[in-house]
Design a protein around this ligand. Sequence first.
Ligand SMILES: NC(=O)c1ccc[n+]([C@@H]2O[C@H](COP(=O)([O-])OP(=O)(O)OC[C@H]3O[C@@H](n4cnc5c(N)ncnc54)[C@H](OP(=O)(O)O)[C@@H]3O)[C@@H](O)[C@H]2O)c1
Length: 327
Amino acid sequence: MNFGTVGTGWITDAFIEAAKESSDLTHTAVYSRKADKAEAFARKHGTEDIFTDLNEMAASDALDIVYIASPNSLHYEHVITFLSHQKHVICEKPIFSNTREWEKAYKTADANGVFLFEAMRNLHAPNFASLQEGLREIGQVRSMILPFVQYSSRYDKYLLGDVPNIFTTKFSGGALVDLGVYPLSLAVGLFGRPTDATYFPLKLESGVDGSGTLVLTYPEFTGTILCSKIAQSSNTCEIHGEKGRLVFENAGDMYQPRVIMNASKEEVPLRADDHPNNMVYEVTAFARIIESGDMNAYNWLKNVSYDVLAVTENVRYDSEIIFDCEK
Ligand SMILES: NC(=O)c1ccc[n+]([C@@H]2O[C@H](COP(=O)([O-])OP(=O)(O)OC[C@H]3O[C@@H](n4cnc5c(N)ncnc54)[C@H](OP(=O)(O)O)[C@@H]3O)[C@@H](O)[C@H]2O)c1
């Protein structure tokens, strides 16, 4: 299957490289708002077709699937454009600004007989399955701490008076929807939707959260997610059970998953595939679901995507973080 790309940032480079490595999808079309940028990006990746008009690209036979990595608030309009032309869509996280957009978009996908995926890469990596195995070892989970605390070079620009998209309500930005969604997706993927969630944000003058602490309540335990774009952590994640703990590095990559048992203090490495670009696995998963029509896998991903968005939306509203598209 052929795919086109919207957005010319580094994450699109990474997705194209992952597609090349997986050889499940072939990159055939590039969109950029500017022709010279589209040409340079296409040249870099050896891609044939370029577009500066999104509707023209959506109507083109050059692609079966589109990968969308535009600023968050534009996802909805971009996704609808391609779905309406019967193109499958892979949209970067956070898939939409809120659940109203999510519901309308999935209705449009169904009406057009195509698939819509949120590109939440950690759910597809083999290390996710290793975490599921590790959970069976550590007994009843009682707590967890999942940080995604990564200082952004764009914060330097923000401090100098610039307004990078991700630090604005105009483009539906902020630490929770940008970084907090990785650990939150892991939590929802592993344990389901929490029964309750409370967010303690550090709000910037621009109106978005530069950092924050999200507390998730489950019937048998609580979990803490730290997210920040204005500080740095080593990002070691821990899930604590009554018999042992599950430890791994980074909620997006889940590198070096291991179990440490309380009694023996023994550290047992779990099966790990610490691929430097774990988008490879989502590419393979999306291609497989489209080709096989595996609705069980599709619906599971849909539900995780919805639950994550519903949690972030609810706690944003509680914290009065309102995006421009919602005002
Ligand atoms: N999965 C991951 O690990 C991962 C990592 C990073 C980012 N992401 C996601 O990828 C998406 C893009 O992130 P990013 O940091 O690359 O965003 P960005 O730099 O703000 O913008 C991405 C692209 O959108 C276009 N664009 C920028 N500003 C625009 C504007 N005002 N109006 C219309 N188009 C505009 C630009 O492409 P043209 O100039 O060519 O049109 C740009 O390359 C986000 O949803 C983000 O959450 C995911």
